[in-house]
Ligand binder design. Structure first.
Ligand SMILES: [Zn+2]
Length: 318
């Protein structure tokens, strides 16, 4: 059996599956980091044992464990370096600790790469060989699959697409650089901008109650209702997203670009169609038909599938 663990900033998702990927048991709970990673990992191991019991299985049935966790990671040493939402998790040897607990291979992968693997294997990228995944949640995460394999690059920094520049020098980014895609499309940067710029007359304010309460959810809702300011901001979002996809078209020529979160909330009319149009205008005509720009498909299943795909990597079948 394979065990997938997705450690998110707010929730941890566990899934137990057979070798064909059929999920036998799953569970989700709030992350609740204690500040003591050993204690947190002991609780994670207990949860995993509970899942095995739920499926009528034993520890000896486990062949591989996969952990999807926010980066940065030291993949070679199986260490989590310093995830932004897990207090006290500094250079934690998660791989070694869980390997001792379960006595089977354990692989770690950053959450965006794990999500790219999940969409490639079980979601919008099924059947393709070259895929790029981009998601806009707190920041902008990315993952690259080339020739059916996750491309990690030197130091595992390939796929950090949120930090490719779309302006120079541009807006400051949380990473310390400037002009990064994340400084334009990341949830934190976007929310800051929406609150600072929103006019009192925008439907965003009516939906949120006050400018300081405006979120990306209110913005997308206001755009859907035809609010001119929200629509103008959506144009800006689509412009920068298209810019990033154009770079990918020329550097990687993926078959599929899978977009998660905000584009899915915005939908075809507000996001996918305009982005496809902007991209088509900025690449060679013969390229466009070979690169699909599609919504991520896994939704609520993503966290379970992400952990399991990393488990497949652990047993060398990724
Ligand atoms: Zn950056």
């Amino acid at each position: 059996l394979l065990l997938g663990i997705d450690i998110g900033g707010s929730k941890i998702a566990y899934a137990l599956a057979d070798p064909a990927g059929e999920i036998l048991a799953r569970r989700r709970r709030p992350t609740e980091p204690t500040g003591n990673p050993e204690q947190d990992l002991a609780r994670i191991a207990d949860d995993a044992r509970g899942l095995l019991a739920q499926a009528g299985a034993e520890e000896g049935d486990l062949r591989g464990v996969g952990v999807s966790v926010p980066g940065p990671l030291d993949i070679d040493r199986g260490r989590v370096v310093r995830p932004p939402n897990l207090a006290g998790w500094e250079a934690v040897p998660v791989g070694k600790i869980l390997q001792t607990e379960f006595g089977c291979p354990v692989a770690l992968e950053n959450d965006a790469n794990a999500a790219a693997l999940a969409e490639y294997r079980f979601g919008a990228g099924r059947g393709c060989q070259d895929l790029v995944y981009l998601t806009m949640s707190t920041g902008v995460g990315g993952g690259i699959i080339l020739g059916g394999r996750l491309h990690r690059g030197r130091m595992g920094t390939a796929g950090e697409l949120g930090h490719t520049p779309v302006e120079w020098p541009g807006e400051p980014c949380a990473c310390g650089l400037r002009g990064c895609l994340e400084a334009y499309l990341g949830g934190v940067a976007l929310t800051r901008r929406l609150r600072a710029q929103v006019p009192e007359t925008s439907a965003c304010v009516a939906l949120a109650g006050s400018p300081q309460a405006v979120s990306t959810v209110h913005w997308v809702e206001a755009a859907r209702a035809g609010d001119p300011w929200a629509l103008a901001e959506m144009d800006r979002f689509n412009h920068y997203l298209a810019q990033a996809i154009v770079h990918l078209a020329f550097s990687l020529a993926p078959e599929v670009v899978v977009l998660g979160t905000i584009p899915i909330a915005a939908g075809d009319a507000l996001c996918f169609d305009p982005v496809r149009k902007h991209v088509a205008e900025r690449i060679w005509p013969h390229q466009a038909p070979y690169m699909k720009i599609v919504p991520a498909e896994l939704g609520e299943d993503l966290a379970y599938r992400a952990g399991l795909c990393v488990a497949l990597e652990a047993i060398g079948k990724g």
